[in-house]
Design a protein around this ligand. Structure first.
Ligand code: NAD
Length: 489
């Protein structure tokens, strides 16, 4: 850690100051590849939320009054700050999450790109044209910031998910308090410290408060100061927050879980399909809300696909990312997550499923690491737990179906609706599948890789509502007002 330790201890950013928790509590942060403690961070509670809200209230007027051009300049400075610290932020992210360093670097670069996108987007807000829709009055639409917004982030892409919230919130003129997941706050805390030092934002425009869901997250949701709470997390957490937010009718932006199908049709290019699944199912140890977790293959391609896919999965290099850049997949985030994945596999095999490859993980990597081998499970029923529920680990199922219609029916038979893909050489089939698949994103002949700042990301059904990235997200972080002026005609 010597290389990655920031110049000051990890502290929260509140009102332009780097502060310990009000109560002085701390939490130890662990590297999941080794089980070793790598840092301590403040462990906040309701008092920390209150302190951050007061600082945000004080900053709100100044930031709300900035012009889009000024906000763009600030976001560009934040992006430059992030880029300049890519190596340090990526090393922190890799140590805190167990993901390979090159992937962590890509995420920092993508996060800076996203801040740049929102710097530009800040200057392009659109609306209906002003006009005389009622005789004697001129009507116009103002698109305004919501005020104070909260962002609650998950642990799978800690800095990137925080950036997805920070970009649109600040671009729209809101002040924001971010809460990272309790186990993975290091990259965001360090970035907040660097952002503060850069002077890009007025004091209090961006706050970061660490702590767990019940003691900090829930306190953010129940605080009336917030006009919007944005969560990226589990469906269950989304539902808990929605119930709590109902008391104040606080607006929500919910990016929740997924169980993405990969539909493979008889005419698919198998080389392309196998290469895509090797990434889709196992990138970030499968801890991705859009991970391809359910392969649904039509009868004519199933055996040929399986024959090629198994060696491709078995070729993945799994281990402690500290071993070097040859490692393609690290541990899962914690021992708890590892045991959760093993539990899914035990119950699936007890119900008749067959583990084609993988299944274990205890023997991989350093003692104390939380590894799950890249796993493929066959002979699974459509209504089984392993097909219907999110494992959030490197576990993919494969199902054989009779035809295209059954493939789409299986794909759509899910309470989730975040992402899906279809592999076919037929343009017509691809377009028809894109229309019929009930997901917020459909990829054709690829999966996971085509994500970009310009395009919306967000779910249907229990995967939540609201969009991240793109100008649609910027709209979600604003509210519109009708102003009618009597013009005396
Ligand atoms: P989680 O729901 O356990 O935690 C997410 C955040 O919510 C954390 O910061 C946590 O502290 C907080 N939280 C927990 N309980 C809370 C409460 N009662 N009130 C307020 N805040 C609370 O999710 P996770 O395990 O960190 O992340 C994994 C989940 O995130 C998966 O389900 C994954 O699919 C989802 N995810 C979705 C997207 C997307 O874009 N849709 C992206 C990444 C991850």
């Amino acid at each position: 850690m010597a290389q990655t330790t920031p110049s000051t201890p990890f502290r929260n950013l509140v009102g332009g100051k780097l502060l310990d928790a009000v109560g002085g509590a701390t939490r130890e942060i662990v590297n999941p590849a080794t089980g070793a403690t790598i840092a301590t961070v403040p462990e906040g509670d309701g008092a920390d939320v209150q302190r951050a809200v007061e600082a945000a209230l004080a900053a709100r007027r100044e930031w709300n009054a900035t012009t889009p051009g000024e906000r763009a300049t600030a976001l560009l400075k934040l992006a430059d700050t992030m880029d300049a610290a890519t190596d340090e932020l990526a090393q922190l992210e890799s140590a805190n999450t167990g993901k390979p360093l090159p992937m962590a670097k890509d995420e920092v670069t993508a996060s800076a790109d996203l801040l740049r996108f929102f710097a530009g987007a800040a200057r392009t807000l659109e609306g209906k044209s002003a006009g005389e829709y009622i005789k004697g009055y001129t009507s116009m639409v103002r698109r305004e910031p919501i005020g104070i917004v909260a962002g609650i982030a998950p642990w799978n892409y800690p800095l990137n998910m925080a950036a997805w919230k920070m970009g649109p919130a600040l671009a729209a003129g809101n002040v924001q308090i971010l809460k990272p997941a309790e186990g993975t706050p290091l990259s965001l805390l360090r970035f907040a410290e660097l952002a503060h030092a850069s002077g890009a934002l007025p004091d209090g425009a961006l706050g970061v408060v660490t702590g767990d869901g019940p003691n900090v997250g829930a306190k953010l949701v129940e605080n009336r100061a917030f006009g919007l709470v944005s969560l990226t997390g589990d469906v269950r957490t989304g539902k808990t927050i929605a119930r709590a937010a109902a008391d104040n009718l606080t607006r929500l932006h919910l990016e929740l879980g997924g169980k993405a199908p990969i539909v493979v049709l008889d005419d698919a290019d198998l080389e392309q399909t196998v290469a895509a699944i090797r990434v889709a199912g196992y990138w970030n140890s499968g801890q991705d809300c859009t991970a391809g977790t359910r392969i649904i293959a039509t009868r004519g391609v199933y055996d040929r696909l399986l024959e090629r896919l198994v060696p491709a999965i078995e070729s993945l290099k799994v281990g402690d990312p500290a071993e070097g850049d040859r490692i393609e997949m690290g541990p899962v985030i914690s021992a708890k997550q590892q045991q959760r994945a093993f539990g899914f596999l035990e119950r699936a095999t007890a119900a008749g499923a067959r583990i084609v490859t993988g299944g274990g993980g205890d023997a991989i990597g350093p003692a104390g690491g939380s590894f799950v081998a890249p796993t493929l499970v066959a002979d699974v029923a459509q209504d089984s737990e392993i097909v219907q529920d999110e494992v959030f680990g490197p576990v993919v199922t494969i199902q054989r179906v009779d035809d295209y219609e059954q493939a789409l029916a299986y794909a759509n038979d899910s309470r989730y609706g975040l992402a899906a893909s279809v592999f076919t050489e037929s343009v017509g089939r691809a377009m028809d599948a894109a229309r019929q698949l009930q997901f917020g994103c459909v990829w054709v002949n690829d999966h996971l890789t085509p994500i970009t700042s310009e395009m919306p990301h967000g779910g249907f059904k229990e995967s939540g509502y609201g969009k991240d990235m793109s100008t649609y997200s910027l709209e979600d972080y604003t509210q519109i007002k009708h102003v009618a002026v009597r013009i005396g005609l």
